[in-house]
Design a protein. Structure first.
Lengths: 350, 528, 572
C-alpha cells in the first residue's frame, strides 16, 4: 500500500517499511549523516541526522525513525539546523580536522556536513592531541580525526567478524582500540581494510594511497579481484595509469563490498620493475631480447617442426588459472584447432 | 559450487570439511561467520583447529587422509538410525543399495579408529545434520588434494544427497575454487577431455561443431595428457614442445627436485608470463604478457559467475595480451582467427558455442556478473543447481566408496605427517604478493608444529629447524601453534626457501591426476 | 586459566541464560584473584573463557570504573568528591590524604600499599565524606578518622564502618526497624507479615495483580515517575518469548541513597516484591542489577534469596543478583540491559522499548527497587488502601534522602505530597542560610530558596515549580557554596559518566566542563557563559538517552538563576 509523508511540506509517496532518512535520500533530499551507513543500519549516535516531526517534542534521528503514513517532517527548521550545527561544531572542536592535506578531502562526510551547514571554522576549540598509529602494514590510524561514529567497529565485528576493533575507555576519553589497546600492527588485525572503507572521515587511511591523489582526481573502474576463487568485485580508484586505492562495491555480488587484505592492498604488483617487457629467447648463457616477430616465428616454426617430426601429441600446453576466460579459450583453441592435440590442461585441481 | 555465496548468510547449517576459508577464501569466511552470529550451526572437520574451527559448534579434528572413512561413519549413523531423507533419495537418486552396502562396513567405531574422531562426535554430527535442514557443505583442497581425491568428492556428494540437501537454497556441495579463474579455465576447456562448456572431445557431434566453428577439417578426438603425464613426457622425450601459460610449475608442483629435472629435460619450452619465475628459467622463449588491469576480459568465480575484468592501463614495454599472442601463433601456423578483442572472443565465439553461456554477453555483465547455466538472453542466470532434485544426468548417482590411506604414511624414519596449503597474506608462489608489500606482514615460510611436539623435541617458536622427506629437506622456522595436533607438520608453498614442495609426494589421484599435496611423511630435526 | 579459576568461571557461566552475561562477574573474579588488577593476561583469560574478543573484554574493562587495567596498591583509597561529598567536605579529606601519603590523586605509594583516587558518587550522600577502600565503605569520615583508618590499614587491620545517620519512617512500609539485630532475616520478615502478600498473589490470576498495581497508580520511583502498572501492561500478549523482570538497583544519581536502605536492612521486601511482580508478568527469570560498589549489599541479597528459596517462596522464579562495575549510565534501563548482556553500558536507541525488545531481545520490565518494594503492600492491602497514602496522582510512601547542608542528614519515609519543610525539619533543619535546594537528585534543576518556599514533595508540584521530584534525593546548599563551583562539580560528574556514545553528550559535556572550569579558574569570558547556556539549550532532548538532559537542565538552571555569580568570576 502506498503511504505518504510530507518532507518540508512536499508530499512524498513510499511503500513498505522505511526510515525517514531512506525516503529522503531516495527523493534527493540531503540530510547529513555520520554514524549511519546503509550497510550497517542506524546507530543513532552522532545525532546529526535529526529532523523535526510534527507532534513529537524532541528532535528525532531520521536514520532510525520509521516513516508512518501522514507523518510531517521538517529537515531544515531553525531547531534542526541549530542542533546539526552544534553537533558538527562539537566534533570539529576536538581533534584535528584540518582538510588541507587530509587524504579524504573531498570525500569526507564530516566535511560535507560542515559545508552544507555553512561552518567555515569550528565555533569553539578544545585542544587534545593523540599519536597517529602507523604500525600496521597498510592502514594508518589518526585518532585526531576520529569522530567515534563506530562504523569501523560495527564493520569489524558484524560484517567481516574479525573482532579486532572495539570502543575502549568511556565518555570523552572513548577511543577505538585494537585488541587490548595495542598498536594495530601488533594486534590480531588481518588488514582487510573494511574499517577504512567504512570510515566517514580521514581517521583510517589506506597507506598506499597517501599523497597520491585528491579524491576528485580519481576515476572509478569496476573489476574482479585477481586472487582467490570468490571473485570479489573491486572498485579501482585510478589516476592516470596508477591505482590509488581499492574499495569494495556495496551490494555488488558476490562479496557485497567486503574485501580481504590481498584484494584491497595486493594490487601494485603490476607496477613492479620486475615485469617482463620484451620477448626473450634463450641463448647459451641466458636470454636475449627479441622482437615479437622473431619470437613468435620461432615458436611457430618449432611447433610446426615437432608436429611434422613427431605428430601433434608431442606438444602439450598448460593454461593459466589466473588469466581470463578469453585467454584460456584461445589457448585451448590453439592447441586443438591449430596444433591438433588435446594435450591441454591447467592446474584445475589446485 | 552448486550454490552461491549470497546463500551463505541465510544458511542454517554449515558443514565445512577440508577448507580453511579464513585464510584461503577470507571473504567467504565473513559470510559463514555472519551466519553463525545469526544462529547458524557450524560443523567443522579438519586436521587443524583453525579460526573457524574455534567458532564451531562441533569440531571433528580428523586425521589427514581419513575423510572417506569419517564420512562413511556419518552416513552409517544416518542410515542405521533412519535419519536420512528417504523421500529425496527415492525420488531423485539411484544405487542407494550400493552406497548402503559399503557404508555398513564403516560403523562409527571403525570410522573413529581410522579418523581419530570420537564415536560420539560422529554420531552427533550425523544427528545434527539430520535435524537442521538444509545444510550447506563446503570444501576446498583438503578434500581434493589426495590420491583418493575423487573418492573424497564422491563421498561428500553421497552425504548431501543422503540428507536431501541438494537442489535447495543454502544447501548443496560447494567446492571453493582456489584461484580466481580456475573455474573459468575448466569451463573454457583447458582440460584434456573437454571443449568449452564441458562438451566432450570424444563426442563426434561436439567435435564436428567445434571443427566447423573454428574452420578446420578435423579436431583430435582422443583424451589428451594431464599435467603430471605431460611433465613425465618431457623427461622421456614423448613431449617435445611444452607451452606454459602463466604457471610457476617449478614451485607449485610436488617434489620440486623431480619437477625441475623434468623441466630441464625439455626440448622446447615457451612461457607466457608477467614476471621471470623459477619456471621461466627453463624456457626457450619467454613471451611478456599483459597483466590484470592491462586487458579486458572475464573471470568465472567459484559460484559459476562470469565477472568482467577491465583494462585501466597499457601493458608495460612490449608486453601483449595473451589472447593476442595465441592468435598470432595461430596466424603464423596458417590460421586467421576472426575475433580481435576479448569481447569479440566471448560474445562471438564462447557464448555462441556453449549453450550454458548463450545468454551471457558483455553487455549483460557490466555490473554484477551472471551465473551459468544462462541459456538465453533473457535468462537471469542460475543461483543454485539441481533445483527440485533434478541432476544434470537425470538422477543422483550414489556410489559406495572404500577408504584408502595416503600413498605415504608416517613410519619410524619419517614419523610426522606433512600437510600443505595457502596462508592469508600470500598467494601461491608469491609472484604477485611479494611485489605488493605483503612480505611486510609475512616475510618467510614457517613449519607449523604443535606445542606438544615442540616441547618434546625442545623446539622454540621461531627456531630454525630441518624438515625432511624422502624427496628433500628444507630449513625453515618453526611456528608453534595450538592449531596443529601432535604428529602433524603444516607448511605452505609461498616462498622458494622452505617451500613445502621440496618435500611433497608426487603421487596422484588415478583419475583426476591431482597430486597428494595434503599428505606425505616427514621428520623434523632440531639444528644443533 | 589460573589454578582453580576454571571451575568458578564455569559455575558463573552456568548461572546465566546466556554465556555473554557472565562477562562482568568473570572479569570481576579474575581481577580479584589477580591482586585487584585486570592486566593484559587477565583480559586474555577472560576473552578465552567467555569466547569473546580481546577488544570487547578490554572495552568493557575500561568502560566500568571498577576494573583496574593498571596496577593499584594493596589498599585502593577512593574518595567520593561528587556534589554531596563536596558539600560534606570530601575535598579536605583528599588534600589531607595527599599530604599524609605523600602522593597525588591517581598515584600509588612507593611501598605499593596505597593508591589514592577520587571517585564519583558512592551513594553515601548523608554519610559523607566516604572513603571506599577496595570494596569496603568507610562513611562519616573526618580528618581524625582518616588518620585512624590509614594507621589501621598499615597494621593490616580494618576498622568498623560508621554508618550512622537519621532514619525516620512515618509510613513504616519500606523502611523497617534496623535497630533490631535480626532485621534482615527471613524470620524477622515473616514475623512482621512478610511473604503473606506473595501467598495471596500466587492465589490470584496474574492479570488481576497487574490490574491491582495499575489501580494503585504507583509511579516509578527511579526518577521518571512513569506509572509502573502501565509499564507492565505494555508487554506483548501471547508472545512465545520468555519475559524477564529486572530490578534496577543501580542507585547512582548523586543525592540518592534510598534503595540501599531497603536492600541492606529489609532485603526480603525487595525479594517479595520481585517474586510477586515476576508472577504477575510471567517472568521465570529475574535479575537484581545492583551497582558494583554495593558488594556487601549484594551478599545480603544473595543470602536472603537463598533463605527465601529454602522456604519455598521462589519456586516460580529464579533471581540472579548481577553486580555492576561502576557506571552511572547503567541506571538507564537499556544501558542496564546491555550491561547484563555483557557489554559496555551504552544505552540503546528507543524505540524499540524493553517491554517489546529488552534483555536478549525478549520482553522485559525494568523497575526500581523502591517501586518493587511497594508492590507487596499494594497486593496485600489493595490499591484503595495504598491510595490513602499521599495525594491524588501521587500515591504511596516515598523515601527521601537528605544530604548537604542540613544538621542531621538521613533518610525519611513520608507520603508523597509531604511539604519540603517537613522533611528538612526532620533532617534537623538547614545548616546556615539556604541558597538553593536540589530536590530530585543532581540531574534536576536547582531551586532557589525563594522558589523552594512552600514546595510540596510530589511529582506534579515539583514539575510545576520548574524542577522534578526525580529519585527524591534532596541536596541542600547553603550560602557558603559558590554556584559556579557547584556547576563545575556537577558537569564533572556527567562528563565522567557519559558513556561516550552520542556526540552531544560526549563532546557537549566536555566543552561545557572546559568552559565552566575556565570560568571558575578566572580564565572565562562572557561568551563562555553564553556558550554554556546555548549548548545546554540545544543538547537538551538531542541525546540518545536522558543523560544529556540530566546535565543540561541543572547546569542551565544554575547559570540562569545565579548568573551574577558566574559573571563575577570574569576578569575585567
Amino acid at each position: 500500500m502506498k503511504k505518504t509523508i510530507f518532507i518540508d511540506g512536499m508530499a512524498v509517496a513510499f511503500d513498505g517499511e522505511k526510515t525517514v532518512l531512506q525516503i529522503a535520500r531516495e527523493n534527493g533530499i540531503y540530510i547529513p549523516t555520520l554514524c549511519y551507513h546503509p550497510k550497517l543500519g542506524p546507530a543513532g549516535m552522532c545525532r546529526v541526522c535529526v529532523v523535526e516531526v510534527d507532534g513529537m517534542r524532541a528532535l528525532q534521528t531520521s536514520c532510525s525513525l520509521m516513516a508512518t503514513d501522514g507523518m510531517r517532517i521538517q529537515t531544515a527548521s531553525p531547531g534542526v539546523i541549530e542542533a546539526r550545527k552544534m553537533v558538527v561544531n562539537l566534533l570539529l572542536a576536538n581533534g584535528n580536522h584540518d582538510c588541507l592535506s587530509c587524504e579524504v578531502n573531498g570525500d569526507c562526510e564530516l566535511q560535507d556536513a560542515a559545508y552544507h551547514l555553512g561552518i567555515e571554522r569550528p565555533a569553539f576549540l578544545v585542544e587534545e592531541q593523540a599519536e597517529r598509529d602507523t604500525s600496521a602494514a597498510f592502514i594508518m590510524r589518526d585518532p585526531n580525526k576520529c569522530i567515534l561514529c563506530g562504523r569501523c567497529i560495527e564493520g569489524c565485528n558484524r560484517m567481516v567478524v574479525n573482532e579486532v576493533l572495539d570502543f575502549g575507555l568511556r565518555g570523552g576519553h572513548t577511543k577505538v582500540i585494537c585488541d587490548a589497546d595495542v598498536p594495530m600492527g601488533q594486534s590480531t588485525c588481518v588488514q582487510c581494510g573494511e574499517c577504512v572503507q567504512l570510515c566517514p572521515v580521514g581517521a583510517l587511511i589506506d597507506k598506499k594511497g597517501i599523497g597520491q591523489a585528491r579524491a576528485w582526481e580519481v576515476e572509478k573502474v569496476r573489476t574482479t579481484c585477481p586472487y582467490c576463487g570468490v571473485g570479489c568485485q573491486l572498485e579501482l580508484h585510478v589516476k592516470g595509469d596508477q591505482i590509488i586505492r581499492v574499495t569494495g562495491i556495496d551490494g555488488a555480488q558476490p562479496n557485497q563490498g567486503h574485501l580481504c587484505v590481498k584484494g584491497r592492498y595486493g594490487y601494485d604488483f603490476i607496477y613492479s620493475d620486475d615485469r617482463l617487457t620484451t620477448p626473450l629467447i634463450r641463448e647459451a648463457d641466458g636470454f636475449r631480447e627479441a622482437t615479437w616477430d622473431e619470437a613468435l616465428d620461432l615458436v611457430a616454426d618449432k611447433f610446426s617442426q615437432i608436429i611434422a617430426e613427431s605428430g601433434p601429441d608431442a606438444i602439450a600446453g598448460v593454461s593459466c588459472a589466473r588469466s581470463t576466460n578469453e585467454d584460456s579459450y584461445n589457448m585451448q583453441k590453439l592447441m586443438r584447432g591449430v596444433i591438433g592435440t588435446n594435450n591441454i590442461d591447467h592446474c584445475a585441481r589446485t | 559450487m552448486t550454490n552461491s555465496f549470497s546463500e551463505f548468510e541465510k544458511a542454517k547449517l554449515f558443514f565445512l570439511i577440508g577448507t580453511n576459508m579464513t585464510e584461503a577464501h577470507p571473504v567467504a569466511s565473513y559470510f559463514v561467520k555472519r551466519a553463525v552470529l545469526k544462529g547458524a550451526t557450524l560443523i567443522v572437520a579438519d586436521p587443524r583447529k583453525h579460526a573457524l574451527a574455534r567458532k564451531a559448534d562441533i569440531f571433528a579434528q580428523l586425521k589427514v587422509g581419513s575423510d572417506v572413512a569419517f564420512l562413511n561413519g556419518i552416513m552409517y549413523v544416518l542410515i542405521t538410525e533412519d535419519l536420512y531423507d528417504k523421500a529425496f533419495v527415492e525420488a531423485n537418486c539411484v544405487d542407494f543399495d550400493d552406497l548402503k552396502a559399503k557404508v555398513m562396513e564403516y560403523p562409527p567405531e571403525r570410522a573413529s579408529e581410522i579418523s581419530g574422531v570420537p564415536v560420539e562426535t560422529i554420531r552427533e554430527i550425523a544427528r545434527t545434520m539430520a535435524s537442521i535442514k538444509p545444510g550447506m557443505l563446503c570444501y576446498t583442497l583438503g578434500i581434493t588434494e589426495h590420491t583418493c581425491g575423487k573418492n573424497n568428492v564422491m563421498s561428500v556428494a553421497n552425504l548431501q544427497m543422503l540428507l536431501g540437501n541438494m537442489g535447495v537454497e543454502s544447501g548443496g556441495v560447494n567446492p571453493l575454487r582456489g584461484q580466481n579463474n580456475v573455474q573459468g579455465a575448466c569451463d573454457m576447456g583447458a582440460l584434456p577431455g573437454t571443449y568449452p562448456g564441458y562438451q566432450s572431445v570424444t563426442n563426434p557431434e561436439s567435435n564436428a561443431k567445434f571443427a566447423e566453428a573454428w574452420g578446420v577439417d578435423s579436431l583430435p578426438d582422443k583424451f589428451g595428457l594431464m599435467i603430471p603425464d605431460m611433465m613425465a613426457g618431457l623427461a622421456t622425450g614423448k613431449v617435445r614442445g611444452f607451452y606454459i601459460f602463466g604457471e610457476n610449475l617449478a614451485n607449485s608442483e610436488p617434489n620440486i627436485a623431480h619437477v625441475e629435472h623434468e623441466l630441464a629435460s625439455a626440448e622446447f619450452i615457451v612461457c607466457n608470463d608477467i614476471f621471470p619465475t623459477e619456471t621461466t628459467r627453463f624456457a626457450h622463449v619467454i613471451l611478456p604478457s599483459a597483466a590484470w588491469c592491462e586487458d579486458d576480459g572475464t573471470y568465472t568465480n567459484s559460484e559459476r559467475r562470469v565477472n568482467r575484468v577491465r583494462k585501466i592501463k597499457d601493458a608495460p614495454g612490449q608486453a601483449k595480451p595473451n589472447w593476442w599472442i595465441f592468435k598470432e601463433i595461430a596466424r603464423r601456423m596458417g590460421q586467421e582467427w576472426p575475433s580481435n578483442s576479448p569481447q569479440e572472443i566471448w560474445d562471438n565465439e564462447v557464448s555462441m558455442l556453449v549453450p550454458a553461456y548463450a545468454g551471457i554477453k558483455y553487455a549483460r555483465i557490466e555490473q554484477d556478473g551472471l551465473q551459468w547455466p544462462c541459456p538465453s538472453i533473457d535468462h537471469p542466470g542460475t543461483k543454485f543447481l539441481h533445483k527440485d532434485g533434478k541432476f544434470a544426468r537425470g538422477q543422483g548417482l550414489f556410489k559406495g566408496i572404500e577408504w584408502t590411506p595416503p600413498a605415504e604414511v608416517e613410519d619410524e624414519e619419517y614419523p610426522f605427517v606433512l600437510s600443505t596449503g595457502r596462508r592469508l597474506f600470500h598467494y601461491h608462489t608469491r609472484t604477485q604478493t611479494m611485489r605488493a608489500g605483503l612480505d611486510q606482514i609475512l616475510p618467510e615460510e614457517t613449519a607449523d608444529i604443535s606445542p606438544v611436539d615442540a616441547t618434546r623435541l625442545d623446539i622454540a617458536d621461531s627456531e630454525t629447524i630441518k624438515v625432511s622427506s624422502r624427496r628433500g629437506s628444507v630449513k625453515v622456522k618453526a611456528r608453534v601453534t595450538d592449531q596443529i595436533p601432535a604428529g602433524l607438520v603444516w607448511m605452505a608453498f609461498h616462498f622458494r626457501d622452505g617451500n613445502a614442495n621440496w618435500l611433497t609426494n608426487n603421487v596422484f589421484d588415478p583419475d583426476t591426476k591431482t597430486a597428494e599435496y595434503k599428505a606425505c611423511a616427514v621428520k623434523i630435526e632440531k639444528i644443533v | 586459566m589460573r589454578e582453580g579459576n576454571q571451575e568458578n568461571v564455569e559455575s558463573i557461566i552456568e548461572k546465566y541464560p546466556k554465556k555473554e552475561s557472565a562477562a562482568l562477574p568473570v572479569m570481576q573474579l579474575i581481577q580479584e584473584e589477580n591482586g585487584n588488577q585486570l592486566d593484559a593476561a587477565g583480559v586474555e583469560e577472560a576473552a578465552r573463557a567467555l569466547g569473546m574478543s580481546k577488544s570487547r573484554i578490554y572495552g568493557i574493562a575500561t568502560y566500568y570504573t571498577m576494573f583496574n587495567t593498571r596496577p593499584v596498591g594493596k589498599y585502593h583509597l577512593q574518595v567520593d568528591t561528587c556534589v554531596p561529598g563536596f558539600l560534606h567536605g570530601a575535598d579536605e579529606i583528599v588534600k589531607h590524604l595527599e599530604q599524609t601519603l605523600g602522593i597525588s590523586v591517581g598515584e600509588t605509594t612507593a611501598d605499593d600499599l596505597f593508591t589514592l583516587s577520587t571517585v564519583q558518587d558512592l551513594a553515601s550522600c548523608a554519610t559523607g565524606p566516604v572513603i571506599q577502600v577496595n570494596d569496603r565503605y568507610f562513611e562519616n569520615m573526618t580528618i581524625e578518622k582518616t588518620d585512624e583508618l590509614i594507621e589501621a590499614l598499615r597494621q593490616g587491620k580494618e576498622p568498623d564502618n560508621d554508618t550512622s545517620m537519621t532514619v525516620v519512617s512515618e509510613c513504616g512500609i519500606l523502611l523497617n526497624d534496623r535497630t533490631q539485630a535480626d532485621c534482615r532475616t527471613l524470620d524477622f520478615y515473616k514475623r512482621n507479615g512478610g511473604y503473606q502478600a506473595l501467598a495471596k498473589a500466587l492465589s490470584m490470576q496474574p492479570a488481576d495483580i497487574v490490574n491491582e498495581v495499575k489501580d494503585a497508580q504507583i509511579r516509578g520511583r527511579g526518577g521518571a515517575g512513569f506509572p509502573a502498572g502501565a509499564k507492565w501492561s505494555f508487554l506483548p500478549k501471547d508472545d512465545p518469548r520468555p519475559v524477564y523482570l529486572i530490578c534496577n538497583a543501580d542507585e547512582g544519581e548523586p543525592g540518592t541513597f534510598k534503595d540501599r536502605q531497603i536492600m541492606e536492612f529489609n532485603p526480603h521486601l525487595v525479594i517479595e516484591g520481585i517474586a510477586i511482580s515476576a508472577y504477575a508478568i510471567g517472568a521465570a527469570q529475574a535479575f537484581i542489577y545492583i551497582r558494583g560498589e554495593f558488594t556487601w549489599i549484594a551478599d545480603i541479597l544473595e543470602a536472603a534469596i537463598e533463605a527465601a528459596k529454602a522456604d519455598g517462596q521462589l519456586d516460580h522464579v529464579d533471581i540472579i543478583v548481577h553486580r555492576g562495575a561502576g557506571s552511572y549510565v547503567c541506571g538507564e534501563e537499556t544501558a542496564l540491559i546491555e550491561s547484563i548482556e555483557g557489554k559496555r553500558g551504552n544505552p540503546r536507541s528507543k524505540p524499540p522499548f524493553p517491554a517489546n525488545i529488552g534483555l536478549y531481545g525478549c520482553p522485559t520490565v525494568v523497575n526500581n527497587v523502591e517501586t518493587l518494594a511497594s508492590v507487596p503492600y499494594i497486593v496485600r492491602h489493595g490499591a484503595e488502601t495504598f491510595k490513602q497514602i499521599g495525594i491524588p496522582n501521587n500515591y504511596g510512601p516515598k523515601i527521601f534522602g537528605v544530604s548537604g547542608h542540613v544538621n542531621t542528614p538521613g533518610v525519611f519515609e513520608y507520603p508523597l505530597g509531604t511539604p519540603l519543610k517537613t522533611i528538612l525539619d526532620a533532617a534537623g533543619g538547614v545548616k546556615g542560610k539556604m541558597k538553593g535546594v536540589i530536590v530530585g537528585g543532581l540531574s534536576v534543576p536547582i531551586l532557589t530558596a525563594a522558589e523552594a518556599e512552600g514546595l510540596s514533595l510530589d511529582y506534579d508540584s515539583c514539575q510545576k515549580a520548574g524542577t522534578s521530584l526525580g529519585s527524591g534525593g534532596i541536596i541542600v546548599v547553603n550560602d557558603s557554596v559558590s554556584i559556579p563551583e557547584l556547576a563545575l562539580r556537577t558537569i564533572e560528574f556527567y562528563h565522567h559518566e557519559s558513556c561516550g556514545q552520542c556526540v552531544p553528550c560526549r563532546e557537549g559535556s566536555l566543552v561545557v566542563e572546559s568552559k565552566l572550569r575556565a570560568l571558575v579558574e578566572g580564565r572565562g569570558t562572557r561568551e563562555d557563559i553564553d556558550l554554556v547556556l546555548q549548548l545546554c539549550g540545544t543538547i537538551r532532548g538531542l541525546t540518545l538517552c536522558p543523560t544529556g538532559e540530566a546535565f543540561s537542565m541543572p547546569i542551565q538552571a544554575m547559570v540562569t538563576k545565579f548568573r551574577p555569580e558566574f559573571e563575577a568570576l570574569i576578569q575585567q
